[in-house]
Design a protein around this ligand. Structure first.
Ligand SMILES: Nc1ncnc2c1ncn2[C@@H]1O[C@H](COP(=O)(O)OP(=O)(O)OP(=O)(O)O)[C@@H](O)[C@H]1O
Length: 525
């Protein structure tokens, strides 16, 4: 189902499933944190994200294998949001409720067998779980065990061969054959499931799930291990299920070819948090997704409007700063000379108080002895000037992001330029990819020691700025940066240095040229 950008998307208008504020913790690990999304009725929806992002955990919560720590999971039979019914059901403490439009279910309250039989949510697994010793046909009949048991009056009807049971049995066989035909398995109906090639076993899992007459089909990596021909067949099968059977499909998939070709809606997770949600075309071009997941071969290909603006602003400031520098230097030198002459005069005339007034402007690091005698004051001046020169650039060189106040916490101190020796290769910190490095450079963050100095407020601000809240703490960027700032190494930085991980300076340690184009050779850490 296509959604144009203006209209309310199908998944918000007619959600078959709503995951609301879902959190799943395993001890101290938050596998999924406050996650909300909708699955549109009749849509193919893909849940994607890097390894460990929490996709299977979401599936396990939806299908009742895990009890969520927090959150509501609503399944709807019948069109529309049925919001009043959903709220009434929530208040009632019940697990489901029939409505004028069909029924609504709260999956977090239901055991897995009720989720499949009543709420009509079927699933397949990342690791195929067929009955290998049973034939292909038997696998599909076992999947229909429940209606058959009901028709048999829980065995008496079956034993006596009553017509109701015979009819139900024939229906089950017909359904099994139907799905065997549509999954190209009819010739293998009598073979043990374990004898099927891998791709055929994957199709059999889908056929088995379809035999339970689901309204929502959840597929965990259905294309894993398939060759290109089998992948193309899978695409056709899933489109057929959506278009001809009006079954909504939610799939976890790493194969971007499959995802982008067949999905109406794509949700991207990273570290248990949703980072993008929209039509495939939108998600494919979403800078956050590119940075976190899809990856880029060449940093210059990254197109992030907000970064582009920041970088443009920084470059403009830099140029303005460079142009103003010689004149400013002259002015400062003249002022200093005047002030020095004045202060010496005043110091001679007025003693300690004159010395204090003259030196207060030039430095905060004043020696207390300067107050006691003009001689000491005069001696202290060169030292004070020296210490000033050794300090990092003053506030005037700070990089200010126009919308800094939009993010919680504090913007970290940024240097307009990398210090002498060039910027560090920040991608040696696990979690900082080339795209994030570019954003950090735009903030004036070039060096490990700058990251190592971040306090909680700065971590919070940068996390929000990079649109990865919580990630900096989880990946311990500050701790990593402390090690790297001291010239040490981490397991990850060693891999970057070996060229085993995509980096802005592949195979090089530490420093890189300060230029925005990180194509040059690196220096030392
Ligand atoms: N039963 C469990 N006990 C403890 N931790 C778990 C459990 N299940 C998952 N996790 C952890 O939760 C996080 C998310 O795992 P999950 O399997 O959901 O990710 P995923 O996105 O499906 O990854 P993949 O693509 O590799 O399958 C991981 O850090 C994982 O180790």
């Amino acid at each position: 189902m296509n959604n144009n950008a203006q209209a309310t998307p199908n998944w918000d208008k007619d959600p078959v499933l709503s995951v609301e504020h879902l959190t799943m913790r395993f001890g101290g690990l938050v596998a999924v944190g406050d996650l909300s999304f909708n699955v549109g009725r009749g849509d193919i929806t893909a849940l994607i994200g890097p390894n460990g992002a929490g996709k299977t955990t979401v599936f396990n919560c939806v299908t009742g294998f895990y009890k969520p720590t927090e959150g509501r999971i609503v399944m709807r039979h019948g069109p529309g949001r049925q919001q009043e019914d959903v709220d009434a059901l929530t208040d009632s403490g019940q697990r489901w409720k029939t409505t004028g439009n069909g029924a609504v279910y709260l999956l977090e309250r239901m055991p897995d067998h009720e989720i499949s039989h009543k709420a009509k949510v079927a699933r397949t697994f990342q690791n195929i779980r067929l009955f290998g010793g049973m034939t292909v046909l038997e696998n599909l009949l076992v999947a229909q065990h429940n209606p058959l048991m009901v028709a048999s009056g829980f065995s008496i009807g079956g034993i006596l061969g009553l017509p109701g049971y015979k009819h139900a049995q024939q229906e089950a066989i017909d359904k099994a054959v139907y799905w065997l035909e549509h999954t190209n398995l009819v010739d293998r109906a009598d073979d043990p499931a374990a004898d099927l090639p891998y791709g055929a076993q994957r199709r059999l899992e889908i056929a088995r799930a379809m035999c339970t007459r689901p309204q929502l089909l959840c597929l965990d990596e259905p294309a894993a291990g398939l060759n290109p021909r089998e992948s193309a067949e899978l695409n056709e099968l899933l489109k057929y299920i959506r278009d001809e059977h009006k079954v909504s499909v939610l799939l976890i998939e790493h194969d971007m070819g499959v995802v982008m070709e067949i999905s109406d809606h794509v949700i991207v997770l990273d570290y248990g948090v949703k980072i993008s949600d929209g039509p495939a075309e939108f998600v494919k071009n979403d800078p956050k997704v590119i940075a976190a997941y899809l990856g880029v071969d060449d940093e210059d290909e990254i197109d992030m409007p907000e970064v582009r603006e920041d970088i443009a602003r920084v470059s403009k400031d830099e140029q303005a700063g460079d142009a103003a520098a010689p004149a400013a230097k002259k002015k400062a030198a003249a002022k200093k000379a005047t002030s020095k002459a004045g202060s010496t005069k005043k110091a001679s005339a007025a003693g300690a108080s004159g010395a204090k007034a003259a030196t207060a402007k030039s430095s905060t690091a004043k020696s207390s002895s300067a107050k006691s005698s003009p001689k000491a004051s005069a001696a202290a001046k060169p030292a004070a000037a020296k210490s000033k020169a050794a300090k990092p650039a003053p506030a005037a060189s700070e990089v200010k992001i126009a919308n800094a106040g939009d993010y919680p916490g504090s913007q970290p101190h940024g240097l307009r330029k990398a210090r002498e020796g060039g910027a560090n290769n920040l991608t040696r910190v696990k979690g900082i990819g080339p795209a994030s490095e570019k954003k950090l450079n735009a903030l004036g963050v070039w060096h490990f020691d700058q990251i190592a100095a971040w306090k909680k407020a700065e971590v919070q601000w940068v996390g929000s700025y990079l649109a990865f809240p919580g990630r900096i703490e989880r990946e311990e960027w500050v701790k990593q940066a402390r090690v790297l700032a001291k010239g040490g190494e981490t397991e990850f930085s060693k891999r970057v240095d070996k060229g085993a991980v995509p980096s802005s300076v592949p195979g090089k340690r530490g420093a890189k040229p300060a230029s925005k184009k990180t194509t040059g050779k690196g220096g030392k850490a």
